[in-house]
Design a protein around this ligand. Sequence first.
Ligand code: CP
Length: 317
Amino acid sequence: MKHFTCVRDIPNLPAALALAKEVKKTPFAWDALGKNKTMLLVFFNSSLRTRLSTQRAAMNLGMNTIVLDIQQGAWKLETERGVVMDGDKPEHILEAIPVMACYADIIGVRSFARFESRTYDYNETILQQFIQLSGKPVVSMEAATRHPLQSFADVITIEEYKKTARPKVVLSWAPHPNALPQAVPNSFAEWCNAMNYNFVMTHPEGYELDAQFVGNAHVEYNQAKAFEGADFIYAKNWSAYAGDNYGKILSRDKAWTVDTAKMQLTNNAYFMHCLPVRRNMIVSDEVIESPQSLVIPEAANRVVSAQTVLKMILESC
Ligand code: CP
């Protein structure tokens, strides 16, 4: 595996899940694999979990890590070619990426959707520039359309907790004060489809995701109906994808907040969220603090997903 940007980059998903199990059991078994190798983590956007878990994963493999926050301490980057650079951005990404590549063996990139243009975002312009201009393996640490390290950790968690071979997994939209990207729900849907779960998505009308991510999911607009018999509830907010509404908030309806009454409709489902989460917008205090909440094991598995991916990349370098 050269780059990791989506589930399709993993050559064999069942084998990767088996490897993740080994990595979790014996995290230091490959601590010589990354000796004298450096991972550079480039953040265009904020992070807690991805920043810490990816560094921890690289360190478990014996790698050195460097973290660059583009918004704090680095030169502001121009990303459009052809611009007369007489504004506040002194460096162009077309030079910055090859320079960063001089200092790294693997590059992790976090670059969210900007919501200026759906085409720009859905072409993954920034991530693709890193792949094309760095000549180094690139790992998405959440890009405009996907968050594969998170989804891999989510699937590892579901596999650990599931009680049936093919659990019912429900991705539920929930309200949020800000317009959020579709990366987490897109990616979660893509991985649930790859796992062939009984996968249901529920959201208000107007929040349909790009059909390439919905795949075989059943879309149910009635949240209560979607929750019936669910084994896992994965809550997440996202902004609209379709047409002129791209990146817009169409609803802040708190009737969609996941609370105890809704969880009682399920098959004693586990509650999942990628974090950070807005309590009492996305989920009630009671549900996130309940024994069925998996938000902390899910976050812990971010080290496992990142280490599994980095191990596979290091072995094919
Ligand atoms: N879930 C996740 O990616 O968290 P951070 O944004 O804090 O990295």
